[in-house]
Write a protein that binds this ligand. Structure first.
Ligand code: MN
Length: 264
């Protein structure tokens, strides 16, 4: 099995080395990651300048390449330069990617980019630091990551998955994305010269709904959310088409011809 490993924290993140080490128990691993941090880059691609693909050798026994681009760029180059990639893993991000934060996530974008190429994608995230304020203990997390991969690498029915791991998990559970609340906040402040500025930052949410990714993580469970790439609001489409009929009627169901054939 060919496993491409990407991230958005950059090639030097301890999280990507930890993920590559666990992944190497399941198949051949190649790391392709941004040369500098690209957190919150979401699904940006670099279309206005050329990209470079350079060897990195700091992860023992793992072939690694660094790209001067975004997480999505890394996956595009990774898939282009390594034929027949079976799966793309992204992470382990230093910081959780839950609920509406998924929209900003470069970690998830790398996995999404893989699915656009027909390759399964799994994003993995964990809190940014342990209770001591230092990097997470990835050695302690490794058996949990291995358990997640044992399930998700054997069952290929889900094409795109978002996994979040507490640093000391008490178990795992299937979840849905929390979409009711948004944790983004604009916080005004002053620079050292007294001039006003703003931080667009993240504030913890106060309420969570049962069954969601946020809810599971709050309770110490590893959260696994299968995701869909189709953003269409189907009830909204039906309602609008009925209330405002346009020049051509919408086709209710996707035709066989445009449906993806993933059986190969
Ligand atoms: Mn990140």
């Amino acid at each position: 099995m060919r496993i491409l490993v990407a991230n958005d924290d950059g090639i030097h993140s301890p999280g990507i080395a930890a993920l590559a080490r666990v992944a190497s128990r399941f198949g051949d691993v190649r790391v392709v990651a941004p040369d500098v941090e690209q957190s919150s880059a979401s699904h940006a691609i670099t279309a206005s300048r050329p990209l470079t693909y350079r060897r990195a050798s700091h992860i023992p026994n793992i072939e690694a390449w660094r790209v001067n681009g975004t997480p999505a760029d890394c996956v595009a180059l990774g898939v282009h330069n390594w034929k027949d990639v079976d799966i793309c893993l992204s992470g382990i991000n230093q910081g959780v990617n839950l609920g509406n934060a998924m929209w900003h996530s470069g970690t998830l974008a790398a996995a999404k980019q893989a699915t656009l190429f027909g390759v399964r994608g799994i994003a993995l995230s964990a809190p940014s630091s342990g209770p001591d304020g230092k990097d997470p203990d990835y050695e302690a997390l490794a058996p949990h990551v291995e358990r997640v991969l044992e399930i998700l690498l054997t069952d290929s029915s889900a094409r795109l998955l978002n996994v979040n791991l507490p640093l000391a998990p008490r178990g795992m559970t299937w979840t849905r994305q929390a979409v009711r609340h948004y944790d983004g906040r604009v916080v005004p402040g002053k620079d050292p010269m007294g001039r006003g500025h703003f931080w667009f930052t993240v504030a913890p949410l106060e309420r969570t709904e049962p069954g969601t990714d946020l809810w599971a993580m709050e309770r110490g469970y590893i959260s696994i959310t299968p995701l869909s790439l189709d953003l269409t609001d189907l009830p909204g489409l039906s309602r609008l088409a009925e209330e405002h009929p346009l020049d051509a009627p919408p086709v209710a169901e996707p035709s066989e011809a445009v449906e993806e054939d993933e059986s190969s």
